[in-house]
Design a protein around this ligand. Structure first.
Ligand code: FAD
Length: 321
């Protein structure tokens, strides 16, 4: 059954986040040959429309307003609802990001629609759109369908492969004007952490440190390895609680959920709450002094040893590649 699917593109620092392209790929599957309409919301976002088309959108609808320069729940809700009212899609896909997690329940409530959040896969089975999502902190997966009304889901970053970029694709780009009003919160400025490098939730490689790193300085070799691999640095809550690093790096049940291609856990014991945030990584490498550490139970490759010897050796070897 052909469907019209609305996919929200997510912009950060004037660039589209990768999850936008992954959401388009999900939209393409759900559309079953119907139409994929991308939405872009912000201040000056028209220049990004072509990328949405190259990655699978058939059309792009833009809502631009200086009040939409930064995300605000009220402003974005008004813009998204205006697109939905004019497009009347059969299905809606957002990224399962901080923005998507905040905005999707509001939109679902306005539409009186069901919402499947944090989907890691989507397929068509017997004419139904079936989403897979992790439950019990990633220990099991459930398959869900929405049986009534609009199909609405958020997709976890780094799980649904984007379509190949095709610069020969073309599509209509249209603006709709929306009066953005009654904002209860206004973001004046975003102050970024100077140390912030590759976005943790979208990183293909993560080098994470735990209490075994022993100090803030102990993270230096991990940062070097991450930089050689073009990856991001993450941490266990143990490391954050010990003040070795910022809580924004925390991975796990009460931190970020990540699914990189490669996760290198250094001096992390593998508590269940940590595994909840990283056990779905494609390849897990664990470095730990204790051969009995639980992290080895989920690792594809284990190195029993002192991280302060092993990590610099890995960095040197990767530098040669
Ligand atoms: P430890 O358990 O102390 O492990 C340190 C490891 O380093 C050990 O295995 C040791 O063998 C190894 N080591 C020491 N020195 C070296 C060396 N030189 N070289 C190599 N290895 C070395 N934790 C999270 O991570 N994320 C969460 O989101 C999270 N949420 C939680 C929510 C709740 C409600 C609760 C109760 C707990 C939560 N925790 C979370 C905490 C979790 O239970 C663990 O306490 C925490 O993950 C332990 O961190 P760690 O592995 O760094 O430290």
């Amino acid at each position: 059954m052909a469907r019209k699917v609305f996919v929200l593109g997510e912009i950060r620092d004037q660039f589209l986040r990768n999850v936008s392209f992954e959401a388009l790929a999900a939209g393409k599957i759900i559309s079953e040959g119907g139409e994929v309409v991308a939405g872009l919301i912000g201040e000056n976002v028209r220049t990004l429309a072509n990328d949405m088309i190259y990655y699978g959108a058939d059309r792009v609808v833009i809502v631009e307003d200086e009040k939409l320069k930064y995300y605000s729940p009220d402003g974005y809700s008004q813009a998204v609802m205006a697109i939905i009212d004019s497009e009347k899609p059969d299905a809606i896909i957002f990224g399962h990001t901080a923005l998507g997690k905040d905005l999707s329940p509001k939109i679902a409530a306005k539409l009186n629609a069901g919402l499947i959040s944090d989907a890691t896969a989507v397929e068509i089975v017997g004419g139904n759109v079936v989403f897979t999502r992790p439950i019990y902190s990633g220990k099991a997966f459930e398959k869900k369908i929405i049986t009534d009304g609009i199909i609405f889901a958020t997709v976890r970053p780094n799980n649904i492969p984007p379509l190949e970029k095709n610069e020969s694709r073309s599509g209509e780009v249209a603006s709709i004007s929306v009066e953005i009003k009654d904002l209860r919160t206004i973001v004046r400025e975003v102050v970024q952490n100077a140390a912030e490098g590759v976005d943790l939730s979208e990183a293909k490689v993560i080098v994470a440190g735990g209490r075994g790193v022993k100090s803030a300085e102990g993270f230096e070799p991990l940062k070097e390895l991450a930089s050689v691999l073009g990856g991001a640095v993450g941490a266990s809550r143990g490391a954050c609680d010990a003040n070795y690093c910022d809580y924004s790096l925390q991975i796990g049940q009460t931190g970020k959920v990540v699914t990189p291609d490669l996760y290198i856990a250094c001096g992390i014991s593998g508590a269940i709450q940590h595994l909840a945030g990283m056990s779905n990584s494609k390849v897990i490498v664990a470095i730990n002094k204790d051969p009995e550490a639980n992290i080895f139970n989920v690792a594809d490759y284990g190195i029993v040893g002192d991280l302060f010897e092993v990590v610099p050796m890995l960095t040197e070897e990767f530098k040669k590649l």
